[in-house]
Write a protein of this length. Structure first.
Length: 488
């Protein structure tokens, strides 16, 4: 029930509406206190020297993580993990350091649930101080009204039905997913959720688990607890890693219930190995208590299904074959290879056809033959799209980023990087996806990072052999991403 209040303008009783916190001056004290607590404890981590520094006086911390300058104690952190650190390339660049930290807060008003995402910007270049000084500013990044069947963004009035997410879950990351890194959640008011749309979730029982996270997706704390039947059971089982980790990937069918039944022997194995949604799906598919094999195929269940629709192969043998290919996405190339091989009528019962010695060469031959050669306008389309995307060119003292401008440049990038960017030729030519090449200025001819962009967001940024990109380079890419103009 909404509360009634007297409106002086109209002289009538009206329903009181929810006034969300628009900026820092609206935040209640507990919100500011929580953010300050986490923010003050952030250790500056120098990537180059693998060293830790005080965020107040910039002295290197001693082995107990105390500051020898101001005496401030810090929690022990590890630069290899995200929690509690502000990474920077070199301490001498402290004025360039900008970090974003995200905070989630649930607010209950008139039994309705609102979820805030507050973004903190931490930087050290304060124009008023002549010395670097830690400065922090807060903005309300998003406010969501969580209903039984949907969420409503109060800032832009966007409404998303959970049913729609269920149907599009392979792109689940698109829904508020960008808050995942470096995000913290306030858990002291979880009991307030008991009379709301969260009433069946028992989410308050996971308080300790949630308060220790620094990596949390939006759907993990909205869609999963409110909409997924079975979430409550996972909480009862204390199987938190699955409950809060891409549970939107999992179908709660009879088979799922069977796997979660302790009697059938899989539950303990899953809990010991901190299973998440994609791992659980891989287990359902493979049905083996082999953590390594499951991790290998994790997230590729649909690709395995595609492969099996063409030719049923032994998954252990397939893994051994793919691991020799020096390519993280070899399974996709293999699926495509099998598809084209069956299209042109090759004999898949022939071992030399089924397991080609050099997958990429065999793959590229068929790719050219089946997809590229018949498409006469391809080269023209790529040239024209590259011209239009050139407005997103980037250049600084060390790096350039520019759109791939020909079939040859895509094939060459693919060869140099050992990645599958060649398979994007057609989608790229129709502007369904955008491929940018990042190069070092002092070696423009040599590939460095391949970047795939979709709807103005970087969906992949990969170095050679599809390896992850260094933190400092990633930062440049993230900064560039903010200014990407989408061309329709
Ligand atoms: Zn200090």
């Amino acid at each position: 029930m909404k509360q009634l209040m007297f409106d002086e303008k109209s002289g009538k009783l009206v329903e009181e509406i929810y006034n969300y916190w628009q900026n820092e001056s609206d935040y209640p004290d507990y919100v500011k206190k929580f953010i300050k607590q986490i923010s003050d404890k952030m250790v500056i981590y120098e990537l180059k020297g693998n060293k830790y520094f005080c965020n107040k006086c910039f002295k290197e911390l001693d082995e107990n993580f105390n500051c020898p300058g101001c005496g401030k104690p810090y929690p022990k952190v590890n630069g290899q993990q995200n929690r509690g650190i502000l990474p920077i390339r070199k301490m001498t660049n402290i004025k360039d350091l900008t970090n974003f930290v995200y905070y989630y807060f649930w607010e209950v008003y008139e039994d309705e649930v609102y979820l805030y995402v507050i973004r903190e910007k931490i930087y050290f270049d304060n124009p008023i101080m002549c010395m670097p000084f830690k400065t922090s500013s807060l903005v309300t990044e998003a406010v969501y009204h969580i209903k039984q069947d949907r969420y409503i963004s109060l800032i832009d009035n966007e409404v998303v039905y959970f049913e729609e997410i269920k149907e599009n879950r392979q792109i689940g990351e698109d829904y508020g997913g960008f808050y995942q890194m470096n995000s913290y959640i306030y858990t002291d008011n979880l009991d307030n959720l008991k009379n709301t749309v969260y009433r069946y979730s028992r989410i308050w029982e996971a308080k300790d688990y949630l308060s220790n996270l620094d990596f949390l997706g939006f759907l993990d704390i909205t869609y999963a607890p409110v909409y997924i039947p079975g979430f409550e059971n996972l909480i009862k089982l204390k199987f938190y890693s699955l409950a809060f980790n891409e549970l939107y990937e999992v179908d709660f069918d009879e088979e799922t219930k069977w796997f979660l039944n302790k009697k059938n022997g899989y539950l303990d194995f899953m809990m010991e190995n901190n299973f998440n949604g994609p791992m659980f799906n891989a287990l359902k598919k493979l049905k083996v208590k082999d953590e390594e094999l499951i991790n290998y195929y994790c997230g590729w269940c649909e690709v395995i299904e595609d492969i099996e629709a063409i030719k049923v192969v032994d998954v252990s043998k397939l893994r051994n074959y793919l691991m020799k290919q020096e390519n993280e996405f070899a399974i996709i190339d293999y699926r495509d290879y099998l598809h084209w091989a069956s299209v042109v009528g090759l004999d898949l019962d022939d071992k030399n056809v089924l397991w080609p010695n050099d997958l990429m060469t065999a793959h590229d031959e068929l790719y050219l033959q089946v997809e590229l050669l018949p498409d006469k306008d391809l080269a023209e389309r790529i040239k024209s799209i590259a011209k239009r995307l050139a407005i997103n060119k980037y250049e600084d003292d060390d790096y350039v980023i520019f759109p791939a401008d020909s079939i040859e440049s895509l094939l060459e990038e693919s060869r140099m990087q050992h990645n599958c960017v060649r398979t994007y030729c057609i989608d790229y030519s129709y502007n369904k996806t955008q491929i940018y090449l990042m190069r070092k200025k002092n070696s423009l001819k040599k590939s460095f990072v391949t970047i795939e962009v979709k709807n103005g967001k970087v969906v992949q940024a990969r170095a050679k052999y599809n390896e992850a990109v260094d933190e400092d380079v990633l930062r440049i890419i993230k900064e560039w991403e903010r200014n990407i103009k989408v061309i329709s």
